[in-house]
Design a protein around this ligand. Structure first.
Ligand code: GLN
Length: 490
């Protein structure tokens, strides 16, 4: 009988496979069947690697039948945001400029998943070059929120969040530069974890803003995200910003409880005028943390109001530099119209970049230009330091911070698409942690009256992922939000 994968947890699937109760191949078939039936309505996959997944699953099943030792994630079907380069499998970063690009190498994170036995079902939809908060900037197709198909799943890792919510994979990888793991996790009602900067290697992760890009996991349960992070984290000599330190026991931390921990409540994240349904759900979650043994501590992050402008100056500056490599010579698309080399660059980039990358390249080159550099980019770097200091001071008084993840639940497709400033404000609670490089997780803490998920964000000090998992795991153990599942689209 085909196994039921709806609502499945990575940890449970991995146990079932290791103990011989489940076959990886059966799980892969169950997910492929769901993708074939349901992803037309959701749009979370850009590429389904059915043959690759079947071959890998059969190999794992064979190893287990032969009694061989297998990795921690042996046979578990997962999906990868299409920003992770995958050897021999087309990788586009959601952009037409990389259409047809077949990478000659594998990203460290996806290679580590594969080495642990995980089975990749394919590549997940995303905003072009991870720029966006709604997945509407994908050059290929939008992703729809499984809880309401008229609404966005969040972005830029919209496919990674929606595929987990809709049980089209057991877990996934995304990237978070200003919120792109946590905000879609919040809007889709799943768990998303942005680790400390450098905890997961950026090698083979297509660059958007290098000092801000954080690869990380999505799961249905907190322990699922922890299980993925344990595998992908750790020093990598191929990324000079990777942290040369051992990886913690994140899954274990999820069950360690949170007695005695101090939870900071930053007043800047609970302002008058905030969405009442979001505020009520997050305040109720704070009470639940108290019931789990925490004490609440009021704290202040005084430079919060500068986080969005600081983020958009730095990320556009870095993006303008990173995106200079797409010149029609080395990768993907090349314009057929051009005469000279100069024209070839201009035509290629003009034809194949979407509006959002173009907007950011223009803004980024502007802020880096001689004469403006000190006024904009230099200033932003100074304020970034102040924002990081805010977190350091707050963590002298508390162990973690708890805040909303997103100012609103999922909004309608098209609602903010024509107004980039409105879209940028969707990141108000998520941009500061990546500027400071500290770990942060989003998990479901309730639903609006319209049935849309609401996210709770837990932020920890640098390198203290265990503390974040302790709090998130303790909260999850006391609540049932994570058990709610969206209905399959008809
Ligand atoms: N929404 C933010 C942006 O558009 C964050 C994106 C991200 O984290 N990759 O830049």
């Amino acid at each position: 009988m085909a196994p039921n994968v709806v609502g499945a947890s990575i940890v449970e699937l991995a146990d079932g496979i290791r103990q011989g109760r489940l076959k990886s191949r059966d799980l892969v078939e169950a997910y492929l069947d769901r993708i074939a039936r349901l992803d037309g309505a959701i749009g979370s996959y850009l590429l389904v690697d059915a043959d690759g997944a079947r071959a890998k699953a059969d190999a794992v099943d064979k190893q287990i039948a032969a009694g061989e030792a297998v990795g921690k994630l042996a046979g578990v079907p997962i999906g990868l945001k299409d920003i992770y380069v995958t050897k021999g499998v087309e990788t586009t970063a959601g952009s037409k400029i990389l259409k047809g690009f077949i990478p000659p190498y594998e990203s460290t994170a996806s290679a580590r998943l594969a080495a642990a036995g995980a089975v990749s079902l394919g590549k997940l939809n995303m905003d072009e070059f991870a720029m966006g908060s709604s997945n509407e900037n994908s050059a290929y197709k939008p992703v729809r929120n499984p809880w309401d198909l008229e609404r966005v799943p969040g972005g830029s890792s919209g496919g990674s969040a929606a595929s987990v919510a809709a049980s089209l994979c057991a877990g996934s990888l995304g990237t978070d530069t200003g919120g792109s793991i946590r905000q879609p996790a919040s809007l889709c009602g799943v768990v998303g974890m942005k680790p400390t900067y450098g905890r997961v290697s950026r090698y083979g992760v297509i660059a958007f803003a290098s000092s801000l890009d954080h690869p990380g996991p999505f799961g249905r349960r907190v322990a699922d995200a922890a299980a993925l992070l344990e595998v992908i984290a750790g020093h990598d000599p191929n990324d000079s910003t990777s942290i040369p330190e051992p990886v913690g026991e994140y899954v274990k931390a999820c069950g360690a409880g949170m007695k005695g921990l101090r939870v900071g409540v930053p007043k800047e994240y609970f302002q008058a005028g905030m969405d009442p349904e979001i505020e009520a759900a997050v305040r109720a979650a704070l009470e639940e943390l108290v019931a789990a043994g925490a004490t609440l501590v009021p704290v202040s992050l005084p430079h919060t109001e500068y986080a969005i402008p600081t983020y958009y100056l730095i990320c556009t500056a870095e993006a303008s530099s990173n995106l200079a490599r797409y010149d029609g010579v080395r990768y993907g698309h090349r314009s057929g119209k051009a005469g000279s080399l100069e024209e070839m660059y201009a035509e290629t980039r003009g034809e194949a970049f979407g509006n959002e990358p173009k907007r950011r390249i223009i803004l980024g080159t502007y802020v880096l230009r001689a004469g403006y550099y000190d006024a904009y980019y230099g200033k932003a770097l100074s304020v970034r330091r102040l924002i990081a200091d805010d977190f350091a001071k707050a963590f002298a008084e508390c162990d973690v911070l708890a805040t909303p993840t997103s100012p609103t639940a999922a909004f309608k497709l098209g609602e903010k698409a024509t107004d980039p400033l409105q879209m940028y404000l969707a990141d108000i609670y998520t941009v500061a942690p990546p500027l400071a490089g500290v770990p942060a997780l989003s998990q479901c803490c309730g639903f609006t009256k319209a049935g849309l998920p609401i996210g709770l964000q837990i932020i920890g000090p640098a390198k203290k992922e265990e503390t974040v998992f302790r709090v998130a795991g303790a909260y999850e153990a006391r609540t049932h939000w994570h058990e709610q599942l969206p209905k399959d689209p008809t």
